[in-house]
Design a protein around this ligand. Sequence first.
Ligand code: ATP
Length: 869
Amino acid sequence: MSNEINPLYSNLRGLTDSEVSKSRQEHGENTLTPPKRTPLWKLYLDKYKDPIIKILLVAAVISLALACINGEFIESVGIILAIVLATTIGFWFEMDAAKKFNVLTALGEESPVKVRRDGKVVEVARKDIVVGDVVIIEVGDEIPADGTLIESTDLQIDESSLTGEPIITKHADPAKNDTEATYASSKVLRSTMVMNGRGTYQVTEVGDATEIGKVSRASTEITAVKTPLNLQLDKLAKLISKFGIGISVAAFIIFLTRDIVLDSEGIWASTDYLRMAETVLQYFMMAVTLIVMAVPEGMPMAVTLSLALNMRRMLKNNNLVRKLHACETMGAVTVICTDKTGTLTQNKMQVADMKQYDADDALFRSAIALNTTAHLDEEGGKGIGNPTEVALLLWLEKNGVDYRALRKDEDIEAQLPFSTERKYMATIGKIGGKRILMVKGAPEIVASFCDITPEARQEIGDRLRGYQNQAMRTLAFAYRVLADGEQADMTAVAAGPKLTFQAVTAISDPIRLDVPDAVKQCVSAGINVKIVTGDTSATAIEIARQIGIWNAETPAEAQITGPDFAALSDDEAYQRVAKLRVMSRARPTDKQRLVNLLQKRGEVVAVTGDGTNDAPALNHAHVGLSLGSGTSVAKEASDMTLLDDSFGSIVNAVMWGRSLYRNIQRFLYFQLIVNVTALLLVLGGSVIGTELPLTVTQILWVNLIMDTFAALALASLPPSREVMKDKPRKQSDFIITRGMAQGIIIIGLAFFAVLFAFLIHCNQSAGDLHVHELSIFFTTFVMLQFWNLFNAKSFGSNHSAFHAFTHDNGLLLVLAIILGGQWIIVTFGGKMFRTDPLSLQEWLVIIAATSPVMWIGEIWRCIKRVINK
Ligand code: ATP
């Protein structure tokens, strides 16, 4: 383990501002041209590929041809127009949703990269990297652009995104080039990941000129990804379709047979084949239209729309969704395993106390300045890198010490960065002409490397407990002077000679103010919160107490350390995880085991992680949550990124997930009632022997309302905190609950009964009166659904339908469209829709007479509110 240097490079100052702009002009920006998308018109035509739509269109065209002979083609034209209109509206919504997904790629370009510019270390967005930049990389970073290593320490890179190689060792030293490898060992490539070590490299290619830029990638539309809910709904849609097709075929046979048997117009006894064909076609078209209506093509759209909206709203709330399923799975989560630092705490680390045990002040200061991977931004006083180390550098600065003067890169001979497994970091460097091995890390680890008297050990122990009981993070420092030429193995300090114990420090990091409240919400939502931290048990328990998951009565078994947990047998661990609230001194493997065991217990687990080694746990969990400040590797492995690191954002994501699920349920509730009513009506109509109760064009309008418009109205309902009072649903639960199914059947049957009675009445009238009454019938049908939309909105809640009504923009718009659309159709529809204008009085009567659908719902909800109180 030592530094490798590429002799070709000597200037490490990096580019000046003017050099940066010059390079950008010459070589361009570091962005990839997005892959070509399928052209819009092709996507649009795809929408007509649906076999049922095709059949309907063909039938409509044939009927148009037949109708032209007798001059009554207006209805056929109406049908064709209605199909085109419905398809176009559906397409438009889908495109709109797809646009909302695009944020994901844009955000990656903004991720920060550490570069050296004009002698200073600064962070710039990935897209702002230019050819010639000197980039600093360390464990967990994603390489922002192609380049050649200047200097490296134990650098290992995951090149699987490019060459399929999961681990490749890279060398700055050209002498160590591996000739077998696809790319030179000194070459690092955009979009590969640093899995180990650190290094500095100079950028040689940016943007499309990089290797990954050259690989032409197929356009992957994120909307194509099917989430578990999608899959469940697909199954449901198939079931409903089968049912609808059965009824349609039955209606077709009954209508046609009756027509032939009765033969009231004497067609079937004659040789008028044209009329016969027309009649068959008419019934056929009705049957196909019924199928169009029965097939819930709006269902996938409702999900897509909800997911797209959720994703965008979540982003506003600092949750970046990487895998779509996370949106909905978050709603089913039963356990959240959370990190401490940054998620529960503010990550504003500050040295609260520093106690030195070694007299050499200057050595200690140099050790802090050298044994670190962090930097301070010269202008802002802001830190770059590990927050603990930044806190230490800031402490030096506060004490009037310029760490830059103490640290020259040439002085660092070798470095072992901090890792959560080892819990210490080490550096070999030159201080005052001597070679020194410097170690800092968790106090018990560092102390085990040192010779300490029992009295001193006692004093240190007491002091540390004091800090930890105040929820502070503790750290210890030690050193050893190395003999000339002595090779010290930094990964095995314990095996070498004893070190001198130098100091302990306490770093405060107060909890986020919103966390106790967010935790309370989780508890009332039936979600268990567990802290998994690398810190000591005393610190972790104090944090647990502050956020409200630990009190005086909590049994001791609710806490365990990582090593103790690892020592438990699988059975013991399986029992233990149920009671666990705090896991301290945890390593990534412990976290992963915890996640697996919880899943075995049937829990739906969300887990946070920021480090490279958290990737397996993030992958295994139902929802892996990476932190915005975490490494690229962790982000890549996660399903969602908490951009602000905050626990509060997790709770928000749960709320969004649950609301999404509920909105889909509302949509299904509404749509299935329309389906049941319409199918029964047509079937009933065929039995009692009226003409078609609803014409093809009318059914198409109803279909537009219940599929497209309902998806828009209900899928876009804003989330509500109310969902956090329920217990989590089981992931295996069917989306249509028992209560829902009962509601759909009862209300569907009630609508059918009312309308069917009306239909029998209409049947007794004749001539113009007949069309007029059928128009009233059609309008009544639509208005019943109109009012039921209010009930659908309140489904799953006891609130009045008018609760927060002004926020439901989509719903208001859809209500207006239904009412306006129906008026236009009835008033001007004429032959195309088989309608006759209604008088104002008739309109008012229909609206008033159908409104009890909502009023009864309101009364029912009011009763439930009173009972619940
Ligand atoms: P969490 O896992 O909740 O984020 P954590 O950040 O405290 O908790 P680790 O980062 O694994 O967990 O830290 C474990 C211990 O290692 C700390 O308590 C501290 O003593 C020590 N430590 C943390 N950061 C460093 C560092 N950069 N250098 C040396 N030691 C460190």
